[in-house]
Design a protein around this ligand. Structure first.
Ligand SMILES: N=c1c2ncn([C@@H]3O[C@H](COP(=O)(O)OP(=O)(O)OP(=O)(O)O)[C@@H](O)[C@H]3O)c2ncn1[C@@H]1O[C@H](COP(=O)(O)O)[C@@H](O)[C@H]1O
Length: 101
């Protein structure tokens, strides 16, 4: 399973009947609800990270990634755009590294 695959599945749920899947149901509630769910899952992951429960953090991190992708899909932000932004930052940090040598 890659994030690309999961994002494609989530996008396919945008036009599905809300009662056909959890994702379709969440997307049908709108971008604000998707953002709220992402926030809840992020807080749950923070709590497990602070507690140091690695198994629980792993599970919550999966929830965070899933709900991040749902939130992006709800606002029609392509995952590729986010990855491109990370690439841009990586190449910038490479330049900064070279400049400081
Ligand atoms: N990765 C996930 C995934 N992670 C979390 N969740 C769901 O997100 C929900 C969040 O958990 P909560 O405890 O907050 O749920 P809840 O308490 O029932 O919800 P609320 O009452 O708070 O609204 C759970 O019902 C989980 O099933 C996910 N639902 C689907 N996927 C994947 O998304 C794809 C599409 O799934 P379907 O929508 O089921 O077709 C598939 O690849 C799935 O594996």
């Amino acid at each position: 399973m890659t994030l690309d695959d999961l994002y494609a599945t989530i996008l396919s749920r945008k036009n599905a009947a809300p009662d056909s899947s959890w994702t379709a149901q969440l997307l049908a509630k709108g971008p604000e609800k998707c953002a709220e769910k992402f926030g809840e899952e992020a807080v749950e992951a923070i709590i497990e990270a602070v507690k140091g429960d690695r198994a629980a953090l792993t599970s919550e991190a999966a929830d965070v990634l899933y709900h991040l992708l749902v939130m992006l899909a709800a606002r029609e932000v392509p995952l590729d755009d986010v990855l491109a932004e990370l690439d841009r930052r990586q190449s910038q940090s490479g330049l900064a590294e070279k400049a400081s040598r």
